[in-house]
Design a protein around this ligand. Structure first.
Ligand SMILES: Cc1cc2nc3c(=O)[nH]c(=O)nc-3n(C[C@H](O)[C@H](O)[C@H](O)COP(=O)(O)O)c2cc1C
Length: 134
């Protein structure tokens, strides 16, 4: 069974995860719900991505709300993002159709953002497309 370790926020923990042979990591502060003052995953991502150096996939969550959030995360080294509360909110408002609509909106925003920065594929994204991780 693949082991995906969630809650990584530092390069040292990313290194330890690699050394223990995890299949993937999730850069996450658990939605900022657990401890005040934690670094945001988007800020933590670049140094963690340098440590992982392609040796396992990196996922990111906590605060992904728009297609440009997805673009930033992929540019800074994530393979994919995860989305938490927006799914619950969409489900509460409009059921399964609401969740499908929310995911469709984020996908459409992401594709538009790719067009606006001028890339045709995810491989073309990189840190140069993000001047600040704020
Ligand atoms: C109600 C609720 C309960 C959660 N419980 C857990 C948990 O038990 N363990 C965990 O790792 N993350 C937990 N999370 C965090 C989510 O797994 C996820 O990391 C987070 O919601 C992503 O951020 P976002 O909601 O801003 O997209 C919880 C989140 C919510 C909203």
């Amino acid at each position: 069974m693949p082991i995906i370790l969630k809650g990584i926020l530092s390069p040292a923990d990313a290194r330890m995860a690699l050394d223990h042979g995890v299949d993937a990591i999730v850069v996450s502060n658990h939605g900022g719900r657990v401890t005040d003052g934690l670094i945001t995953p988007m800020k933590a991502l670049p140094s963690i991505a340098r440590t992982i150096d392609g040796k396992c996939p990196i996922l990111l969550d906590s605060g992904v709300r728009t297609g440009t959030d997805v673009l930033k995360a992929i540019s800074l080294g994530a393979s994919a993002v995860m989305i938490g509360r927006p799914q619950l909110h969409a489900l509460a408002v409009a059921g399964m159709a609401g969740v499908a609509h929310m995911l469709h909106m984020i996908r459409a925003e992401f594709e538009l953002a790719m067009a606006q920065v001028g890339v045709k594929s995810l491989d073309e994204l990189g840190p140069a497309y993000v001047t600040s991780s704020d």
